[in-house]
Write a protein that binds this ligand. Structure first.
Ligand code: G6P
Ligand code: MG
Length: 216
């Protein structure tokens, strides 16, 4: 049977992780909270609302629902401004090569992202048509490391969890894939993503033979 290759979006397919960081950093700065790239690792793969809670906790700030909603709205508006003019040039190196190889081999491609902005981003960078199933932040209730997003994607693709491979740049996402018994692939710093079954700095370090080995 066919194998499912499930991709996270932000920081795996496109370099939007830095836009999320910049937008959160602006909110944190306004609140007088120090927010470093190290802190940001904890936010990767995490839903918008949980991200804000983590930042507020960092600053020991208790906020009203009203203020929280205001900051969530502001964060997304800033983020949308960053991604407004995105195009194919912002697809991370080696990604299209791997996606096209999976297609050539007649296997399945899924998206498993916490982002509510996933579809418009895939459209902007013109690779939406390559996906056989998309599960994003509009579809799931439980945020990574809960495996819901990947389990739903595998179901839509008619693949078992064991026949699914997940590409992730976040600790929470690797944990989610592992909990679901999927093959977890860390894309990024292997010291941070050490729970992954395999690690690659980016997709240019992944040979198509690695994908082929999972298919056979
Ligand atoms: C991804 C990113 C997170 C982001 C989340 C929600 O998982 O890694 O940084 O907070 O999606 O994204 P959204 O676009 O809905 O705010
Ligand atoms: Mg990510």
């Amino acid at each position: 049977s066919k194998k499912a290759f499930i991709f996270d979006l932000d920081g795996v397919i496109v370099d939007t992780a830095r836009y999320h960081f910049l937008a959160w950093q602006k909110i944190a700065a306004e609140l007088g909270i120090e927010f470093t790239p190290e802190h940001n690792e904890e936010l990767k793969g995490v839903s918008r609302i949980r991200s804000l809670d983590i930042i507020l906790k960092l600053g020991n700030i208790q906020a009203s629902e009203e203020n929280k909603n205001k900051w969530l709205k502001q964060k997304n508006e800033d983020y949308l401004a960053y991604i407004e003019n995105m195009d194919e040039s912002e697809i991370l190196p080696g990604v299209v090569n791997i996606l096209e190889f999976i297609k050539e081999k007649n296997q399945l491609i899924g998206l498993g992202s916490a982002s509510k902005n996933a579809r418009p981003i895939l459209e902007k960078v013109k690779i939406l048509h390559l996906f056989d199933a998309i599960v994003d932040g509009n579809d799931v209730t439980n945020a990574k490391p809960d495996p819901e997003v990947f389990i739903r994607a595998a179901k839509l693709l008619n693949a078992t969890n064991e026949n699914s491979m997940v590409f992730e740049d976040s600790v929470a996402g690797i944990q989610a894939a592992n909990i679901a018994n999927m093959t977890s692939i860390g894309i990024g710093d292997e010291r941070i993503l050490h729970e992954a079954k395999y690690n690659f700095k980016d997709f240019t370090f992944m040979d198509t033979s690695f994908i082929e080995a999972f298919i056979d």
